[in-house]
Structures are given as structure tokens and as C-alpha cells.
Write a new protein. Sequence first.
Length: 567
Amino acid sequence: MARPEKVRLGEILVGQKLVTEEQLKLALDEQKRSGRRLGRLFIEKGFVTEEQIAEALSRQLKIPYINLKHFNVKPDLMQMLPEARARRFRAIVLDDDGQSVKIGMTDPTDLNAYDQIARLLKREIDVWVVTESQLLATIDRFYRRTDQITDLAQELEAEFSDVAVDFGALATTPGLEEAPVVKLLQTVFEDAIQVRASDIHIEPQERRLHIRFRIDGVLHLQTEADIKIAPALVLRLKLMAGLDISEKRLPQDGRFNVKVRQTQIDVRVSTMPTQYGESVVMRLLNQASGILGLDRLGFPPEMLARIRNVIARPSGMVLVTGPTGSGKTTTLYAVLSELNSVESKIITVEDPVEYRLPGINQVQVHEKIGLTFDRVLRSALRQDPDTILVGEMRDQDTVETGLRAALTGHLVLSTLHTNDAVSTPMRLLDMGAPRYMVALSLHMVIAQRLVRVVCESCAGPYTLLPNEHAWLKYELGDSVDSFSYVRGKGCSHCNGTGYLGRTGVYEMLEMTKPVVEAAGQPDPNLFIEAGRKQMNGKTLRHHAAQLVAQGKTTVYEAMRVSSQFED
């Protein structure tokens, strides 16, 4: 392919009537002041979309436009261009047919980048145009740190293999501990953030050290290393989290912040003694990713409207239930961000504080010094709050204090570990809460799970198995055959899993008058019957089946989460 011609992006967009002369002048003036890319300014001002710019360049230069979301990228080919150059030139290697190398570029008119790539690869180049956001997401996903992590682990292993290491000296001597162990951990964090991992597990086995990442709720082995490096990694993490480095027999919890590519990551650390050494699990909380709004969590529209109606009330209790890792805290913080305003005072009582939200008073529980949920909650009520978030209803005292607060003019939000919405009020009664208080204070219960979403890039038609058809028919009725079902085949975008990201599955029990009256009766069956009638079949299982029918998830995922709450 011939070298692209030098053209001006602004002239192309004006010529194709995508922007006006006035808009071009505005963007050029801004570019002179800031020195930023013209295309980025057009997009930020809302004049055009990334796709429109890419398609305009494609038409003008007569080169193909490739949607990377639906392109199966080959990681080994991408390595032909080093990551630093790929980011600098906004380019990646997409294909190699033996004759020429296909390069995806966000700006094919950048002749300097074209010439440098051609010199680097020493091959004939064909240019395809891609959008910048898709290109950067692809770079983040595929320039993994696996080889680098393995190399650093081996370097660390060599350092500790020949000599007896004085870990006390390692802790106090900056020159000693600033070497491979720090580089290794930094690289592990970078890799985990790139693949959207929620947790990092460092687990000593008999002869090997396993490092695993949890991605979309499923653990993946990242690397294996020699067991000798485990004490050095654990020691460094304990120092970072401010834990007692001499205590190896008891579990410890801590937290620290780490900066990964200009992004602050909050890391919660848990250590536990095992047979072969201390196991460390780190929960990664990306503060830059922001808190999702209620409308982005996947609630059905009518359920979302009812939730907004309830949280607009000045008092009452709203409980979110589900197992660990089902997104309860994310839902509660989405509610808080909607309620957060200058006119409203919000206090949270948590263990630990997971997200930091400006304008909210957040309190960390500290059991060792007597700063319990119940004690903080009682103090919080004297701080004149409008809304209180209690991280978890753990014991009778916390439950009673929370319910009383909901009765006396406060909106109380909290979580509870129950299987479904209907059994939640019964659980409060089991914990010793008075029946009248549960009936009057509790306004709504939301039960939730998370299901993996089918990867858009490799989604294809799927034929139901007989047991899957029967399972769906129970929820969808005869309409089960009118839907088209999908499954991801596995591609480079989703690491071969067929899934990318997760969404919520919900059910909701609103404490309407008949439900409240039934809750006041001593017979629990009356309440369960009234609760089920109020929910009208809109259960977790039903919502999961609907997501399958909409092509958002698979029958396997829906059945998997359903099995968590069915007998």
C-alpha cells in the first residue's frame, strides 16, 4: 500500500459536512491554547463521535475502517510493536499475511508515526483506521505483564536462593527491599488492573507459589513461581499495609494505596497462616472508576422507579441482601450517590470503608478498641443525620438500633446475608428484632446476584439443551421458543471465556400494607404467602431468565446463580 497522503482532519470533516466552519474554528482556537489533538477536541465538544471521524478518514483515504470490538486480535502479532511505541503512535499490529503487515491507526494521516513503524518493522505496511478508545482498551488488555512477572519472580528467586536472607534487615534497609520484590508487585498490580481483576490471591503451595486473579467472579491463574519468594512478597505487602511483620501465626487485615498508571487503587489486604506459609488476598478498589448510578446497575425499569420512590421517603429501612461478592455495596453506594446533596447529611458505618464519596461522613468500625457497629450507629444518631448506611446488620443490637432509627425519622440503608427477599424479614425476627418494629420500619428488601455478560465480540447463536429449555419454559412459558439465544465462543477480547463484564439480577419485596399486616402475625407462612403475592413472580430466577431471553447472558449463568438460592 502507498504511503498515506497528508490531509487535514478539520477539512475532511467540514468537506463531509460532519462539522461546520464555526465548529472547526472553535476547535482550532482551543487546540492553539491547549496543544491537544484536534480529533479529541471535536469529540469532547460533542461535534462528532469517534466512529464518525474514523469512517470519514476511511472514506477520504480509501482505507478500511475496522471495529476492534468485533475483531479477533492476535496477541503474538501485537508484540511485533513494543507497547511504548503502540501507545505513542496510537497504532497496533492486527494482521500479517506474509506480504504486508496490517496496522490499525487512529490517525492514518500521521506520516511521522507511519514512517517510524515502517522502519521498526522493516516490512511493507497496510493501514486500517480504528477508533482511539477501542485501540487504547485493546492495548491495555493485550500488553499483559505475564512474561515480565515471570522474569521478575525468577530474578527474585535467584536473589534469595544462594544466601540466607535476613528479613529483618530487608524490612529496614531501603536499598535491599527496593529491588525485584517491589518491581514484581508493581507489575502484578498493573497486570491486574489491565484485566479488570477485582482480587489478587497470593497462595503458597508445597513447592510453588500461585498468583491468581479474580476476573468477573472467576479465578484465573496468572503465574507460578518458586516458593522461596513467598516470604519476601508477604513481608513487603505487610509493610505497605502497616501490619505486624513479626506475627505470622494469626490472620491480619490492613489496607494501602498504590498508584498504577496515574490511577489511585485502594487495596484491602487479608493475610492468613496456611500449611505452607501465609496466604494473602488483596481486594482492588479503583477509586477513579467512580460509583455507578442506579440506572447503570441493570434494574428492570418498573423496579428502578419503585426503588427511587422508596429512597425519596424521609424515613424507613432499605435492605440489600445476597452472598459475599454479589454487588450489595455497589448498589447501596449507587443509592447514596443519588441521595447525596448539600441539603442532606449522610453518615456511613462500615467495616471497611470500600468507596470514598465526597460530601459523606464515613466511619470505619474498629472492633479491637470497642468501636463496634452498634456503638458507632448510636453516636451517628446524635450527629443529626438524614440518611445512615450501616455496612452490615451483624447482631441484635445493630438490628434494633437501625430499626429504631428508621422509626424515628431517618432513612437507614444496610445489607444482610439472606438467600432471597421474602426470607429477609424472618431473618430479622430470628436475630431478636421485635415483630412490630420490623413491620413498621422495614420499607423494602432488594435481593441480588451477579451474572456474567456474554462477550459482544464473539457472541453467536446457541441451541438450548433439553434441560435448559425446560428450565427456561418454567419462567418464560410458551414464549420460550420465540427468543434467540446466544453464547460467546471465546475470543481475544474475553480471554477465551465467552464473557465480558457482569450485570445484576434482582428481586424486590416492597412492604405494602397487606405484607406489613402479615408480618405482624405470629404465623410466618402468612407473611411468606403475602410476600410472594406482592412480588407477583418477579423473582431472581425470573429476572435471570429474562436476561437470557434478551441475549445478555447464557442459560448456564442463569442456572448457576439460581442454584444459589433454590433448595
